[in-house]
Design a protein around this ligand. Structure first.
Ligand SMILES: NC(=O)C1=CN([C@@H]2O[C@H](COP(=O)(O)OP(=O)(O)OC[C@H]3O[C@@H](n4cnc5c(N)ncnc54)[C@H](OP(=O)(O)O)[C@@H]3O)[C@@H](O)[C@H]2O)C=CC1
Ligand SMILES: O=C1CO[C@H](CO)[C@@H](O)[C@@H]1O
Length: 334
């Protein structure tokens, strides 16, 4: 069993733990929280046997007792927490977006080179779903690609707090957040996983009063087509995403959740691709990561592919941000 520790005690961590337990590959051993009380409260909220789980409040206590850490803290904290994990010989599963900028990513890559037995995964759950593989395989068969329109726009419960005058982490540049890094990362990941790295990018954001982006439209320019990406945290969209061949189209109900994937041929006849996803969308990624931790040699090519994709996404998010003049304090810390 892989000894799992976690950082971050919000709902997404509970979902990851549920997924990890369902794979039967992990054993939750340690919860890290800034406060003992909130760590214990989180532990008590889990629907699993937690008798042998410790709550700790320092990273050194966390990292001495685990094989892998799942990091779901605000984005700007990922770098330091992952760095110390790697230095401690602990594998890392870091939530999207993994790091604030390419400088942080490259520092992590250099550190990993000094710790060759340690693996780092970005938790981009959608690209591990069978329905995502169905999209990739179908696009690969399409004649004369014409690009895509990808949408992920979801009203943030934290936008209520913002409107009431507060500064929730996910809507601030201080925590390397905003619409592009929080939600845009899903369609950007999808575009790069399907089409590779774009030649050029452009981002037109709508900024909040604090300079973070609340919503926006991005364009990714490839040799023969463009990908338009629409995302935001200030309203809900029910538009599907689409990938275009010359006459045929793949329509996806939601590019992050991938509940329904439909193929339309040139005459408009449709058929469903893939399957109904599991209720917990993190099961596939946690299983994929466990396979690599348990057998790093056999699964090395797959690991390298994901790592390179994570690196390209990190660079693309940064380039998009640069094109819009959005700076994060983490860029200055470089
Ligand atoms: N894959 C997915 O579907 C999702 C992924 N995410 C990702 O998970 C990560 C966390 O997001 P989210 O839960 O919204 O983040 P939050 O702002 O809610 O913070 C998460 C946790 O981090 C700790 N924390 C909060 N503020 C601070 C701070 N100022 N300093 C240090 N620690 C802090 C808290 O844990 P404690 O108090 O116990 O220390 C908190 O529970 C992000 O990277 C996000 O992108 C988020 C939602 C869904
Ligand atoms: O990845 C994510 C998916 O949805 C959440 C909100 O519902 C986001 O805030 C989050 O970061």
């Amino acid at each position: 069993m892989i000894r799992l520790g976690i950082i971050g005690t919000s709902w997404i961590t509970a979902m990851f733990i549920d997924a990890a337990m369902k794979t039967n590959a992990y054993d939750l051993t340690t919860v890290y929280s800034r406060s003992q009380a909130s760590g214990e409260k989180f532990l008590a909220s889990l629907d699993i046997d937690t008798d042998n789980v410790d709550v700790v409040t320092t990273l050194s206590d966390l990292y001495q007792s685990i094989d892998v850490v799942y990091i779901a803290s605000p984005n700007a904290l990922h770098f330091e927490q992952a760095k110390v994990a790697i230095q401690s010989g602990v594998h890392v599963i870091v939530e999207k977006p993994s790091f604030s900028n390419p400088t942080e990513f490259e520092k992590i890559e250099s550190l990993l080179a000094k710790h060759p037995d340690v693996r780092l995964f970005e938790a981009a759950r959608h690209v591990h779903q069978p329905n995502f593989k169905a999209i990739q395989e179908t696009v690969a068969k399409m004649a004369q690609l014409q690009g895509a329109t990808l949408v992920y726009q979801k009203y943030s419960s934290r936008y209520d707090a913002y409107l009431a005058g507060q500064e929730p982490n996910v809507l601030t540049r201080e925590f390397s957040a905003g619409a592009l890094y929080d939600l845009g990362v899903y369609p950007i990941y999808a575009a790069l996983a399907v089409y590779g790295t774009p030649n050029a990018v452009q981002y037109l954001p709508r900024l909040l009063r604090n300079g973070a982006d609340g919503s926006g439209v991005a364009n990714l320019f490839y040799d023969n087509f463009n990908v338009t990406v629409i995302f935001g945290k200030t309203s809900n969209s029910y538009l599907p995403s689409e990938f275009y061949g010359l006459k045929d189209t793949i329509s996806v109900s939601n590019i992050a959740e991938l509940e329904k994937v439909t193929y339309y041929d040139g005459e408009g006849n449709s058929n469903h691709l893939g399957d109904v996803p599991e209720e917990n969308p993190m099961i596939r990624e946690s299983q994929d990561f466990a396979n690599i931790i348990n057998d790093p040699t056999t699964n090395h090519a797959e690991y390298s592919q994901w790592f390179q994709l994570a690196k390209q996404v990190n660079q693309t998010l940064f380039d998009l941000r640069q094109s819009a003049g959005i700076e994060f304090p983490a860029d200055i810390k470089e």
